[in-house]
Design a protein around this ligand. Structure first.
Ligand SMILES: CC(C)(COP(=O)(O)OP(=O)(O)OC[C@H]1O[C@@H](n2cnc3c(N)ncnc32)[C@H](O)[C@@H]1OP(=O)(O)O)[C@@H](O)C(=O)NCCC(=O)NCCS
Length: 200
């Protein structure tokens, strides 16, 4: 059975993962959600007005009262700069399985932050939520995301053709990845201690 504990604050070596606040909307807009270099790799279109982001962030914040809602703002530990987001979703009670997705602002790409955030959330999912499996999918023309999944211990399970149709009406093949709880423990990932601290 999944143990839901909402969205606690997670501290890693260089990052803080914590709840969004309504006042974060402008930064979300400026840092990634209005940037097609980021959103072209996701299903939803880039925001063109900050009002869209205000609505999205308010929607996220309003769900924090639910224990089965896990949606983190990714911040740099030193400066507190908001650089991205990561969430666990589609929890299935029957199996204990769920999915993960993430985005970072372009200026913070290729510095290991995506991998650091994903490793922390995987550790959280298996150590604290008793999940059975965490899955993810990336467009095959977005190999950096697959690399992040691999570095975090996820294994590619196959490719689904035309799995999504994006906001530009383009079909995309997606590579499906997953990591099982048993693998997480047997591969020694559980010994790494990517999360330094969990609060609230
Ligand atoms: C996917 C994303 C979160 C990665 O974050 P990140 O902080 O740049 O990731 P990391 O720095 O931890 O790792 C990136 C890896 O991809 C590799 N990479 C970058 N561009 C690549 C490319 N075109 N082809 C193959 N590998 C690539 C990097 O070299 C690095 O691997 P390495 O450590 O072995 O060198 C970020 O690119 C992003 O937000 N993209 C847009 C949204 C998105 O794609 N979300 C995921 C949807 S599934």
């Amino acid at each position: 059975m999944i143990t839901y504990i909402g969205t606690p604050k997670l501290e890693t070596e260089r990052l803080i993962l914590e709840k969004f606040e309504p006042g974060d909307a402008q930064k979300v807009f400026d840092h990634w959600i209005s940037d097609e270099r980021v959103t072209d790799n996701r299903v939803s279109a880039a925001h063109t007005a900050v009002s869209q982001t205000v609505e999205k962030v308010a929607g996220i914040v309003s769900q924090y009262e639910k224990e089965d809602f896990c949606y983190w703002a990714v911040k740099l530990k030193g400066s507190g700069e908001l650089i991205g987001e990561i969430d666990l979703y589609d929890f299935d009670e029957e199996t204990g399985n769920c999915e993960v997705s993430y985005s970072l602002g372009y200026r913070w790409w290729n510095q290991g932050y995506g991998t650091e955030a994903l490793r922390a959330v995987i550790e959280f999912g298996f150590r604290h939520m008793n999940l059975h499996k965490i899955a993810a999918a990336h467009n095959t023309d977005n190999p950096a995301s697959g690399r992040v999944m691999s570095k975090a211990g996820m294994v590619q399970e196959g490719i689904v053709r035309d799995m999504i149709r994006n906001s530009k009406d383009q079909y995309k093949d997606c590579a499906i990845y997953g990591i099982l709880e048993g693998e997480y423990f047997s591969k020694g990932l559980s010994d790494k201690g990517y999360i330094l601290n969990v609060k609230g």
